[in-house]
Design a protein around this ligand. Structure first.
Ligand code: BGC
Length: 988
């Protein structure tokens, strides 16, 4: 087999403007020659220099939607299964063909030259992200001590190629899962299976389609957050998944139209952080490594990834240090505190350095300041460089392929082996990568799992690529047809009481937000007329159900790749975060079952346009109308929605349908209930104030038990306790200029779109509060069927205010040490007679590399350690409780229910930094805690308690590089039922 062409070689060739023709010379420049010099590292972060910049041709259509049943759609979407184009005929046959070819080539060359010119003249040359080197080594946290000891004992026995094998995926679709690492069979370290996440096991059978993150966020129920994580983790365990690719906490929701906001838990760092931490605990209590993703600032889909949007570079999210710490890094800090085993770096650039080679983010913030002990894996093809990514702190390359999908050409694999041998990457960096991975495996007790065949019967027991029992072992290889049992169809959904569908139903019901309920229309009565109406009504109660969102898709519930079409009821967003439904209970069937047909006459028109004949609407006492808004990941599109939504309106004629139904329901006298399934905020203004639109329910994305959960709330079996995890504005512009998706790069940015997070801390409710804009429904809002009352605020201080936390504690234990001797290159060669599977990524070298020494001597670099570090999630003193806040909760209504009691803190007003005298601006208020509390009807005085930490009372001072507490002035502590319904206030 011909040796694989390295990316570095291609780079050399394509970068020569005057020599665009491919040179078949087998000589490769050394890997080291791609890295910028050591001096450069000190000046700026080593971004982009081998980032697949202008030299790469556009990657082929995205290959991420798999399973043969999707092949037809995949063709439509340019995915796998798309027929190869017929090759063009030779011009010898027809002369004009030659001319056409010359013309087309000239046009392409002209455009390319123009593109290159634009690139050269507009590309940001040096990163603005400060350097942070070297990578802090894992193994300094007592909570991981045992795992690191065991890991070190194993890693010490590994050869270089074995180490590299563990760090690099074997290539897209070369194993059963979406990501598969190389094994070290000799030492019984298996190939790890990495699978999406975050709402179920993707590409698998007999699994659960849980409610999406946004629905879980809307429950504000910490116990349910944990239970969903645990059930998800158990399913992963049963299916043989080592690393679950979730939860998602970035995007955080800066832009309400962001395509993937629904995968996370809501637009606030504290809500997002608590939900993420609970989910991680749940997943990891089931023995599966959780992944906190996407680190970080991947807030929109447009331009998230190099080449996916036709540009050679991904968008750069440009952010200041304070906003980064106080908003976007916060949930990751909580994840590290929760002991997360893995973090996934994101596609985008941050301050013009790719997140997966950004040393400030990975080395500085995650590994030093937040004390992360697990491993950082790249998002799929988010790695854009070999040496730079390794030195900046990346530990695992996923799925192994480098700059292009499914080519089998890695930026690591053999290139990492070579980079160690020629000194570009110190061997202790690779040792640290492997140790982190193996330590996470031990930490979760996965050494007790059975090994995959041929050493045992463990490993993944499903295939991401086929639904058949027997399938290809190396799906991605065209030449290797080895087959075996790939699907064992093991049921992972839980049984009896533990059937996960029950949990789905509970979460979906608790995650449903009651936005409007005029005249207590809800809860409905199963028998139609309410008690007090019965005496005057002697006809059946007539109910009409409208809107396509009430029924199932007629083409089947799994008819679109990764749920990427809006067809029938919406219960999930689309993309890698979606799963195939095992079943889906649609609202229409559930409502039909729920209403008693003795006394209720139910009609349906589950379409988005009403028939001309209005009778079907006019002849109703109650109309229930459904509408939705869908979005998802940017490699797929539905209609003209390419990931991010184009606006915040209901889709598929939703607004008009609701208005039409409201106009004619019961000839204007019927009551209307609106039910919305949505990926994020939708503008409700066109119907919210219509007098007969009495009730509006936001059911978010409920998962497989959609209809049942809705019925539970509609009929009052479950008292609505969902609260908004974001603000619903009256108009899109109210979210502020920073909330807009960048749909087009501006000409001055050229080929590297820039997005400045200039609004700083002021996203969602913080923006509305600062600008004093009245939202339609504020963050944290939601109605109940009962009424709660809060009283007796008590604030207990545990000590005086001091500006800084205690000094960073020194490590009590040291990371493992290894021999720093560079191994013999001969040991890195392919073993004699080795059978290579085409496109499979191996760590071996085909021939001895030239061992020209690299000018990089990374060991000489030492960035100062952060004062804010020293423990999981940062300096332990940041988490010292400084206040206890309590209040007394009473249910004064007639039905039992759960209140979501929320704690907000306002920092001192007109505050000036005592050292610089500069004013420091603070949001009007910030969520700092919440508790969901169940109270029986008419029960008094249940105590709700919050612990407030130093970090909760501090801001990030970029100058000092630490969390600082204002000691002058007063904090206002508010407790209430939403960000704008704060009934108790006190000061400290
Ligand atoms: C997504 C990740 C996902 C990965 C693997 C990427 O496109 O951004 O969230 O985990 O694919 O499917």
């Amino acid at each position: 087999m011909a040796p694989k062409e390295s990316h570095e070689l291609r780079r050399g060739k394509y970068s020569k403007l005057d020599a665009p023709v491919e040179d078949e010379s087998p000589t490769r420049p050394s890997f080291a020659s791609d890295a910028s010099s050591f001096e450069d590292l000190e000046e700026y972060d080593p971004l982009n220099y081998d980032a697949g910049t202008l030299k790469r041709k556009k990657s082929t259509g995205d290959l991420r939607t798999r399973k043969p049943s999707f092949k037809k759609d995949a063709e439509k979407f340019g995915g796998l299964g798309a027929p190869k184009r017929a090759s063009s005929r030779t011009c010898g046959i027809r002369q004009w063909c030659c001319w056409l070819l010359i013309f087309v080539t000239s046009v392409i060359l002209l455009f390319t030259a123009g593109g290159l010119w634009a690139y050269r003249n507009t590309m940001v040359k040096d990163g603005m992200s400060p350097p942070w080197y070297p990578t802090p080594k894992g193994g300094a946290d007592p909570a991981w001590e045992e795992s690191y000891k065991k890991a070190a004992a194993m890693v010490r026995q590994m050869t270089l190629v074995e180490k590299v094998n563990v760090t690099t995926g074997v290539g897209w679709s070369m194993g059963m899962c979406v990501g598969n690492t190389g094994p070290v069979r000799r030492l019984k370290f298996p190939s790890l299976c990495l699978q999406d996440g975050p709402l179920g096991i993707r590409f698998a059978d007999n699994i659960t389609a849980f409610p999406a993150g946004i629905t879980v966020g809307a429950t504000w129920n910490k116990e349910l957050m944990y239970q969903r994580g645990k059930a998800h983790g158990q399913e992963a365990r049963i299916k043989g998944v080592n690393v679950l690719l979730g939860p998602s906490m970035g995007p955080l929701g800066r832009m309400p139209a962001g395509g993937r906001n629904w995968e996370g838990f809501g637009t606030d760092p504290v809500l997002q952080g608590i939900a993420a931490a609970r989910t991680i605990k749940g997943i990891q209590d089931a023995g599966v490594i959780a992944t906190a993703k996407h680190f970080m600032l991947n807030e929109q889909e447009h331009f998230r990834q190099a080449w996916e949007w036709g540009l050679p570079n991904a968008i750069s999210s440009n952010i200041d240090d304070r906003t980064l710490h106080e908003i976007y890094a916060w949930p990751f800090a909580e994840s590290v505190r929760a002991g997360v085993g893995s973090v996934m770096c994101s596609y985008n650039q941050v301050n013009n350095s790719y997140a997966c080679q950004n040393s400030k983010l990975m080395n500085g913030i995650l590994k030093d300041e937040l004390g992360f002990q697990g491993f950082i894996q790249s998002d799929w093809l988010a790695q854009r460089s070999g040496v730079a990514a390794a030195l900046a702190g990346l530990d695992m390359s996923m799925p192994g392929d480098g700059l292009q999908w499914a080519k089998g050409e890695s930026l690591w694999g053999p290139e990492l082996t070579k980079a160690v041998l020629n000194g570009s990457i110190p061997i202790d960096r690779v040792d640290d990568m492997v140790t982190r991975i193996v330590a996470a495996w031990y930490q979760l007790g996965q050494d007790s799992w059975p090994l995959p065949p041929p050493d045992g019967d463990g490993g993944p027991n499903f295939s991401s690529w086929t639904n058949d029992e027997i399938g290809k072992i190396y799906e991605g290889s065209l030449s290797d047809d080895t087959k075996g049992v790939v699907n064992k169809f093991i049921n992972a959904q839980g049984e009896g009481e533990d059937f996960h569908g029950n949990l789905v139903r509970k979460i979906a019901a608790e995650g449903t937000v009651l936005l409007k309920n005029e005249g207590h229309l809800l809860p409905l009565d199963r028998n139609g007329w309410k008690e007090h109406e019965k005496a005057t009504k002697n006809s059946k109660f007539r109910v009409g159900i409208f809107g396509e969102d009430a029924r199932l898709s007629r083409d089947g519930i799994n008819n679109c790749p990764d749920q990427s079409c809006n067809d029938g009821t919406l219960a999930s967003g689309w993309g890698s975060g979606a799963v195939q439904y095992p079943y889906l209970v649609d609202p229409l069937s559930a409502l039909r079952k729920a209403f008693g047909n003795e006394s209720v006459y139910l009609t349906d028109w589950p379409e988005d346009n009403l028939p001309k004949e209005k009778q079907i609407v006019e002849d109703q006492d109650l109309c229930i109308v459904f509408a939705n808004a869908h979005a998802g990941e940017g490699y797929l599109k539905w209609s003209d929605v390419r990931g991010d939504r184009n606006d915040l309106n209901l889709q598929k004629n939703g607004d008009k349908l609701i208005q039409d139904v409201a106009k004619d329901c019961g000839k204007g006298k019927g009551d209307v209930v609106v039910v919305i399934h949505a990926v994020g905020p939708v503008i409700l203004e066109s119907f919210i104030d219509l007098p007969n639109v009495k009730a509006v329910l936001l059911a978010n994305l409920p998962g497989q038990e959609s209809g049942n959960a809705l019925v539970d709330v509609l009929f009052g079996d479950v008292e609505p306790s969902g609260r908004l995890p974001y603000t619903i504005a009256k108009q899109e512009d109210d979210y502020g200029p920073g909330s807009k998706i960048k749909y087009l790069p501006s000409p001055v940015e050229g080929l590297s779109p820039q997005q400045n997070f200039s609004e700083g801390l002021y996203i969602d409710y913080r923006h509305f509060d600062k600008q004093d804009i009245a939202p339609r429904y504020e963050f944290g809002f939601g109605l109940s069927y009962t009424t709660f009352h809060l009283s007796s605020l008590l604030i207990t201080s545990h000590g005086p205010k001091t500006p800084l936390p205690s000094p960073r504690p020194s490590n009590t234990i040291s990371p493992p040490t290894y021999s720093t001797e560079v191994p013999d290159p001969k040991d890195a060669l392919f073993p004699a007679g080795f059978h290579k599977v085409e496109k499979y990524i191996y760590p071996y070298l085909p021939s001895l590399p030239s061992l020209q020494k690299s000018p990089i001597q990374a060991s000489q670099l030492q960035s100062p350690l952060s004062d804010a570090g020293g423990g999981p999630g940062g300096n332990p003193d940041l988490y010292t409780p400084l206040l206890t806040v309590s209040a007394s909760l009473t249910n004064i209504g007639l039905v039992p229910g759960s209140a979501v009691v929320q704690l907000y803190i306002s920092f001192p007003q007109n505050y000036k930094d005592p050292e610089t005298g500069e004013p420091v601006d603070f949001p009007v208020r910030m969520l700092r805690g919440f508790e969901k509390v169940y109270v029986e009807a008419q029960q008094e005085g249940k105590t709700v308690r919050f612990e407030v930490s130093r970090k909760d009372l501090s801001y990030w001072d970029a100058g000092r590089g630490n969390w600082v507490m204002p000691i002058k002035g007063e904090f206002e502590i508010s407790v209430g039922f939403s960000s704008r319904n704060l009934v108790l206030r006190g000061t400290w």
